[in-house]
Design a protein. Sequence first.
Length: 240
Amino acid sequence: MRILFLTTISLFFSMNKLSAQTFDVGSWNILNVKYNIDEKWSCFGEAQLRSLKFYSNFHYYECKGGINYKVHKNVMLTFGAGSYQTYKEGGDFVLPKSNDEFRLWPQIVFFQSIGKLKIEQRYRAEFRFTSKGNRNRFRYRLGVSYLFGKERNEYKPFQVSATNEIFFTDKEPYFERNRMLIAFNYKPSKATTIQIGYLHQFDYKINDETGRDFFQIGYFIELRRKTAPNASIDNDIKDN
């Protein structure tokens, strides 16, 4: 059994290495912490680290945070801000940077259930203060998710989701990017979620982050005040 286990692990890493060399699959890593103040208000912080090859050629990181307000059980408003840093290709954090950016972004999210499926529509406006001047960008994401597994402690442990997001600007050529994600989430506990996904990003005449395929892994922590025991469990599509 030990030999079989070691052989399986070796084959796994060999296949990952071959896949990364052949398709240049990058890595997209997320750590997110959310704190529920009550049933309507919550705040969050998130860090991301990305590479253009499989855990090599790291070229991008971001740190952001914000506050959410649930207007209705199916509508949520968010205001966020963060630092977004993009480096040149060809190695790990190659200087000079391609883009040094501070960003403000309000957004609104609509939720709808159709049978066992949950539909999400997210609208976001980004006000970008970059090393190459100020820019505005507008994003629309459509996602669908499905929860399954035996319910435990008021939540289901598994979720599959698919999203597609388009990016526009207020300057020519207007269309900037398309981002598609297929993901699987597992909740080992009420407060934590592990996400594994495959993300494809296509860029059109963009001059910051390079678009391509990414292996995505995320760890999401959701905390809540003891004085707000009725705050709902967050089974929304995870951010990116």
